[in-house]
Write a protein that binds this ligand. Structure first.
Ligand code: FAD
Length: 439
């Protein structure tokens, strides 16, 4: 595996003290040993890989998931649990300008369908995922952003969808959202969940449907053979007709070589406090259980969970080393204290980080890998992979069966970033310009 961040980013270091590990008991998965043959092999056991495995196994396809660590070890088992509309970092206007109305609308409908897919899976599989929040709430961090929220609300009404709720600054305290914001827009779509409970639910359902799930089985090479593919792991080989690459932020430049330069792994960090007392909740005036984020480009995301712990996340460190992780955690705490001053003394019992994935054209990808018959990849949800990763997994399962329901915009192969393996060097510049735009 040829990866572009320091080894620390791919170690257990950033993941220690992940709250979700305390709320779940990880099943025991076997390691893949020896020789095996399946119809479809999936590399990566996150939402993308497991959703693909579930849908394939349910369709009667012989499928195996090979995961380097344990299913959910990557971003899927350590995210903020916002199951919401998203996946790209493009505005509606930008999409329409660059792709035309029909393609843009098809993609935007897919973002909604992604949330519906997760909603449907939870109901169908009977998963208990600590669900809460009625849609998502976007908070204006400066007065001028209220104009944007108003325009968004007007657009939603025009489109005739579910009615958005617009709150002015003076209404926020009454809604249990007292912090230094200038207003809020609630879009009544999406919900929050415990991502690891959802992940383990998907894994269990995939296994029950017949999928093989293997932990500690990192794929080291992929080679073409006899019209199919041979994957080697440290302990064995898997021969298959089709391969799905579902490694997202944990991808390698050489698995396959086509991936080189097409994805940008980027850290996101989360803290979780101890359960807040009623007195502390009253002191801050934040009692809402809505999942919230702010209008910054470098946004903060936060939600008061059903167990009264506050979850708060933002971008992580830039270097991917242990010392940059320490600095990022300190910064995370500073931002939390600034946003919720009444909770300055409240202990954060858990803090961790992980890798999200971006593309240069700021759209997710789900599609065939050019010139590699039977090989498909799904990645780059721009920090919104609970819904879009699950959906992308579903799309990959369809591609592997010879169907193609993938929105056109998602099939455009992401162009390569400049600087190749050194492309992370542009991130400080990107962050600095976004920080300026947020002032
Ligand atoms: C801190 C944080 C907070 C986030 N918050 C949210 C949120 O609130 N809402 C939201 O929608 N999204 C959120 N995201 C993003 C979301 O978690 C991801 O988009 C999503 O989990 C990606 O799923 P995936 O299955 O594609 O990749 P991952 O879950 O990252 O899984 C990829 C897997 O591939 C494995 N792998 C890599 N190489 C190999 C190999 N050679 N062989 C075998 N296995 C391999 C890795 O070990 C890893 O487990 C967050 C991410 C982070 C890190």
């Amino acid at each position: 595996m040829k990866r572009i961040l320091p080894d620390y980013s791919y170690s257990d270091g950033p993941r220690t003290a992940c709250y979700w590990d305390e709320t779940t008991t990880a099943p025991v998965w076997p390691r893949h040993d020896g020789e095996a043959k399946v119809d479809v092999a999936i590399i990566g056991g996150g939402f993308t890989g497991l959703s693909a495995a579930l849908h394939l196994a349910e369709a009667g396809v012989d499928v195996a998931v090979l995961e380097a660590k344990t299913p959910g070890w990557g971003a899927s088992g350590r995210n903020g649990g916002f199951c919401c509309i998203g996946g790209s970092r493009r505005s509606e206007k930008g999409l329409m300008r660059d792709y035309g109305l029909a393609v843009a609308e098809e993609y935007l409908n897919a973002e909604v369908a992604a949330v519906d897919l997760v909603d449907g899976l939870i109901a169908r599989l009977g998963l208990e995922v600590d669900r809460h929040s009625d849609g998502e709430t976007l908070l204006a961090h400066r007065p001028s952003d209220m104009r944007y929220l108003e325009a968004q609300a007007a657009e939603m009404v025009r489109e005739g969808g579910p009615t958005p709720i617009l709150l002015r600054r003076q209404d926020l305290a009454g809604a249990g959202l007292r912090a230094d914001f200038y207003g809020a827009l609630t879009t009544p779509k999406g919900f929050a969940l415990n991502p690891q409970k959802y992940l383990f639910g998907l894994a269990g359902a995939a296994q029950a449907a017949g999928a093989g799930l293997y932990a500690e089985s990192a794929v080291q090479t992929i080679k073409r053979a006899d019209g199919g593919w041979v994957l080697t792991t440290a302990q064995g080989r898997v021969t298959c007709d089709k391969v799905l690459i579902a490694t997202n932020g944990y991808s390698s430049e050489d698995l396959p070589n086509w991936m080189a330069g097409r994805y940008m792994p980027t850290q996101s960090s989360v803290l979780v406090t101890r359960p807040l007392t009623q007195t502390e909740i009253d002191a801050q005036g934040w009692s809402s259980h809505q999942m919230c984020y702010d209008t910054r480009h470098l946004l903060h995301y936060f939600r008061l969970m059903p167990d009264r712990r506050m979850l708060f996340g933002m971008r992580g460190g830039l270097k991917g080393t242990a010392s940059s992780e320490t600095a990022a955690r300190a910064k995370l705490r500073t931002h939390f204290d600034k946003m919720f001053p009444a909770w300055r003394g409240v202990e954060a019992t858990h803090c961790w980080s992980g890798l999200v994935c971006l593309t240069r054209h700021r759209l997710p990808f789900a599609g065939p890998i050019p010139d590699q018959p039977g090989m498909f990849a799904g990645f780059a949800y721009h920090g919104n992979g609970v819904a879009m990763g699950s959906y992308s997994g579903f799309l990959l399962s369809q591609l592997a069966q010879g169907k193609n329901p993938v929105p056109q915009a998602m099939q455009t192969p992401p162009p390569r970033f400049e600087l190749g393996g050194a492309r992370r060097a542009i991130m400080p510049v990107v962050y600095a310009s976004l920080m300026l735009a947020d002032i």
